[in-house]
Every structure is written in structure tokens, then in C-alpha cells.
Design a protein around this ligand. Structure first.
Ligand code: PMT
Length: 220
């Protein structure tokens, strides 16, 4: 489905997990594979967009034609996204950002000479919340990965983070969310409009999200 509906539109997409080091050999992360974000990058490229993809540690080939930034920690993702934000017309945050990180990274490998180990965690910045506060002309698209009360939690995040479009996925459902090649989502808008997209490949889901963004852009 190649078209020019996003011709020369700058689109920034985040994908994958972030990784927070505990010591030189261990880390805290999550199950995001990056597939959803990469599918969005491909779908946006097919519509003629200028795509910048910022991804945490993933095992995927960056789609040809995008500008690619590989990051590890939330701090790194935060820095690059904020640096690039002003130039963007559309920002899609599909990354699963670690909400907490170890307060300190041990400089040496932690030895297992104690029965219990407690790791003090501190909160990471909420990148999307900050973008919501900063946004001027940008269309801001967020995801919500939920396991219960999906629509209610997602609606709350959409409002708090001042999003133009929320993609809610129930990650406890078969074939949806992390790792899978498929997903099942609800698209939500601040107007209260909702659209359910039934189980489909992440490529198809990405195309649906992109065409919703095109609609929002055209109405602006
Ligand atoms: O990568 P895959 O294996 O293909 O899986 C896809 C996915 C399940 C990761 C994806 O569909 C998804 O739901 N991504 C968002 C996951 C997430 O972190 O959701 P959240 O509800 O915790 O966060 C809400 C939003 O705020 C997200 O857009 C997130 O990028 C953003 N956020 C969250 C925390 C934080 N510190 N900074 C953020 O920017």
C-alpha cells in the first residue's frame, strides 16, 4: 500500500524496550521485541514520511530509508527524543520504557554471597508525559500496554499525557502485545471516538494506525 499521504512529514517513532543496568553483567528490562514500532516505521515510510526510528536493544533490521538511533537506557531514549522533538510533525511512542531503574549501577559484578539481595529502584522520567507538556504543533500518539481495565487506564493515560491518539493493547490476550507477530488494539481519541482493530499482523495494525494519523493531520 505505497502512497504519498505523509509525503515529507517528519515522523519520530520509538520502539523496543529500554534496558537498565544493575551491574556490568545484569539488567532490568521487559519483553518488547520492537516489532510493533518497526512495523509502524515501515508503514510510515510506505506513505512517504521522513522517519526517524529510536529503538532500544532489539534483534531487528532497521527498515531501509529511515534514520536510525539505537539506545539502551531510558535516559538515552529520553535525551535523543527530546532533542529531535521540535522538528517532528508526528511522534509515535511504541517503546516499552522501563518505569524504574536501579538507583545506582554497581561498578563491579555483584557477588552472590548474601541470601537476599535488595535493589533500590528510582523512577525514570516519563518521556511521553514530557512531550505532552511541550507539544505545540505535533501530533502525539501513545500506546498503553494493559492487562486489566484496558479502556479506562488507556483513556486516563491519553488525557494525562495530552495525546491526539492512543493505541491501547490488552497484553494479556492471546496473540496480542509483546513479542507476537500479531496484535489487537483499540484506537482512542480525545473526542471519545473509539475504533477496535481485531487481531491482525502488526503490519496491518501499523497501517491502520498510520491511516488514522493521516486523517488527524488532514483535519488540522
Ligand atoms: O515490541 P513488541 O514486542 O512488538 O510489543 C509491542 C508493545 C506491546 C511493546 C506495544 O504495542 C506497546 O504497547 N508499547 C507501549 C508499552 C508501554 O510501555 O506502555 P505503558 O502503558 O507502560 O506506557 C504508556 C506510554 O507512555 C507508551 O507510549 C510509552 O512509550 C510511554 N512511556 C512510558 C513510560 C515512560 N517512562 N516513558 C514513556 O514515554
Amino acid at each position: 500500500r505505497r502512497n504519498q499521504t505523509l509525503k515529507d512529514v517528519n515522523v519520530l517513532i520509538t520502539a523496543g524496550p529500554t534496558m537498565e543496568p544493575i551491574d556490568p553483567v545484569r539488567y532490568i528490562s521487559n519483553h518488547s521485541s520492537g516489532k510493533m514500532g518497526f512495523a509502524l516505521a515501515k508503514a510510515a515510510l510506505l506513505c512517504g514520511a521522513k522517519v526517524t526510528l529510536v529503538a532500544g536493544p532489539v534483534h531487528l533490521e532497521p527498515p531501509a530509508g529511515c534514520t536510525y538511533h539505537s539506545v539502551k537506557t531510558t535516559k538515552e531514549m529520553h535525551e535523543i527524543v527530546l532533542q529531535l522533538f521540535d522538528q517532528q510533525q508526528v511522534v509515535i511512542k511504541a517503546a516499552a520504557v522501563a518505569d524504574y531503574r536501579p538507583a545506582e549501577m554497581a561498578m563491579q559484578k555483584i557477588k552472590k554471597n548474601q541470601t537476599d539481595l535488595t535493589i533500590q529502584m528510582v523512577k525514570n522520567p516519563d518521556i511521553l508525559l514530557e512531550l505532552g507538556k511541550k507539544k505545540t504543533h505535533q501530533i502525539l500518539v501513545g500506546f498503553a500496554a494493559e492487562t486489566e481495565q484496558v479502556a479506562a487506564y488507556a483513556a486516563d493515560k491519553m488525557k494525562r499525557k495530552r495525546l491526539d491518539l492512543m493505541v491501547a493493547n490488552d497484553v494479556s490476550r492471546e496473540g496480542a502485545g509483546f513479542q507476537h507477530d500479531t496484535n489487537e488494539v483499540i484506537l482512542m481519541k480525545p473526542s471519545g471516538e473509539m475504533k477496535e482493530i481485531p487481531l491482525a499482523s502488526k503490519e496491518i495494525i501499523a497501517q491502520e494506525i498510520i491511516s488514522e494519523i493521516v486523517t488527524i493531520l488532514n483535519r488540522k
